[in-house]
Design a protein around this ligand. Structure first.
Ligand code: ADP
Length: 425
């Protein structure tokens, strides 16, 4: 059988592996098609050219060392005449357009010895492991990332646990503080309530005392006054020296004491009568003005009254309230001008605001609160007659009707008394 004629050059070029044949001076003598395909070169463009001229290092990769590694390997093959397997190399390939593409190669250089045992050429075989390396490095990166994430997660877990513990501790402390504060507040509330109750009881006892005392004083006072009057009738002008004057003092003082006792009794009675009725303030003020017609005429007072509301309250007390304020406005007038008095009422949320304005003597800032205290007077009786009871009555009446009373005044410039009365009282 005849041996088939084989073109070994053709055969070499068709080998499925990636091969180059290099001369000892590293000129490319031949290449497999697979090599040209992988290195993006054309055979006729590389044959006869120096290996490193065709495959230089990637100038953009500062760490590129493919040329020097390959050169060292080839030199060792030439010197030792033994194959040399290189570690995987990053040896980027220059595309026809000049741009480098990342490539990883696994090269082996095998000497082909001539009969004289000299290196005739070098078989340079490579395997393109780019994909493998990239996948591996991606895997490594992913693993590194996972490891990093895991570390981060553990750190975060520790951080979260630490923070949760801190928050829990703060919460416990806060809860303890709140509990202490609540207990203290509760205690204060109980104490305040107890105090308020005690005060209420004391107030009631005092009022009871004032009521009983003033009530019980009436009888001996009446007896004193009537016997003193009888005594005066019988003996006036018949006794020696100053006896008449002394007797007169006794009668006047007793009468005054009777007035005070009456006032006190009235004061302690305010609010005792619980029955509330509709009260027409217009009607009440007209009646009060009728009762006071003599002093109004005598002082030539001008009184203007706005339309007043209808309220629910104690008619006797409201009448007394208007009477006290109006009579004070007339009484504390200036000597040289006739009194000018204006009465107004204005509805507010939940109550009515009344005002009684006069052009009288006015009062000093320091006395504004004092005048609502029982028996407190700013003048002696020679100047202005009175008991110092009227305004304390007013205050108690107003408070019994869910309101307040206050004064706006300046000495010499008149006064305005304001009071509110709840429209639900
Ligand atoms: P009284 O009128 O019997 O003195 P009140 O309790 O009514 O007692 O008044 C207390 C004091 O308030 C009065 O003595 C007076 O000094 C002062 N006062 C009351 N109303 C007026 C007013 N309209 N103008 C100036 N002072 C007043």
């Amino acid at each position: 059988m005849n041996k088939p004629v084989i073109d070994f050059e053709q055969l070499f070029q068709s080998l499925p592996g990636l091969y180059l044949i290099l001369s000892p001076d590293l000129t490319i003598l031949s290449s497999s098609e697979a090599y040209n395909f992988a290195s993006m070169t054309k055979r006729d463009e590389i044959i006869g050219k120096n290996l490193f001229h065709v495959f230089p290092d990637n100038s953009e990769d500062l760490t590129a060392d493919g040329v020097s590694n390959l050169s060292a390997s080839l030199q060792s093959v030439l010197k030792n005449k033994k194959p040399h397997t290189m570690a995987i190399q990053k040896y980027d390939i220059r595309r026809p357009d000049g741009v480098f593409e990342v490539r990883y190669w696994s090269p082996v250089n095998i000497p082909f010895l001539a009969q004289n045992n000299e290196v005739a050429c070098i078989i340079h075989r490579v395997q393109d492991v780019t994909e493998f390396v990239i996948i591996q490095s991606q895997q490594q990166e992913a693993e590194q990332l996972t490891r990093g994430l895991q570390t981060k997660l553990s750190e975060m877990e520790i951080e979260i646990i630490t923070r949760a513990k801190e928050i829990q501790k703060l919460n416990t402390e806060l809860e303890a503080k709140v509990a202490t504060r609540t207990a203290t507040l509760q205690q204060s509330k109980i104490e305040l309530e107890a105090q308020a109750k005690k005060l209420q009881t004391q107030n009631k006892e005092l009022e009871q005392f004032a009521y009983i005392a003033s009530h019980d004083l009436q009888e001996p006072l009446r007896t004193l006054i009537s016997f003193a009057s009888l005594f005066e009738e019988e003996f006036k002008g018949k006794l020696n020296g100053d006896a008449d004057t002394y007797l007169n003092f006794i009668i006047q003082s007793s009468k005054r004491m009777q007035q005070l006792v009456h006032g006190l009794l009235d004061y302690s009675r305010i609010g005792k009568e619980a029955s509330l009725k509709p009260v027409d303030c217009n009607k009440i003020i007209n009646e009060v003005m009728d009762d006071m017609a003599a002093s109004i005429n005598e002082s030539a007072a001008k009184i203007s009254v706005q339309q007043l509301p209808q309220l629910t309250g104690n008619p006797t007390e409201i009448r007394q309230l208007f009477q006290n304020l109006l009579s004070n406005a007339l009484k504390f007038r200036k000597k040289d001008i006739s009194p000018q008095i204006n009465l107004t009422a204005e509805q507010q949320t939940g109550n009515w605001l009344f005002s009684i304005k006069d052009n009288g003597i006015g009062i000093a800032e320091a006395d504004k609160d004092k005048i609502f205290t029982i028996f407190k007077r700013l003048h002696n009786r020679d100047e202005y007659e009175g008991t110092g009871i009227g305004l304390s009555h007013c205050r108690k009446i107003v408070e019994q009707h869910g309101g307040n009373i206050w004064i706006d005044s300046q000495p010499g410039l008149g006064s305005t008394f304001y009071f509110t009365i709840s429209d639900q009282s």
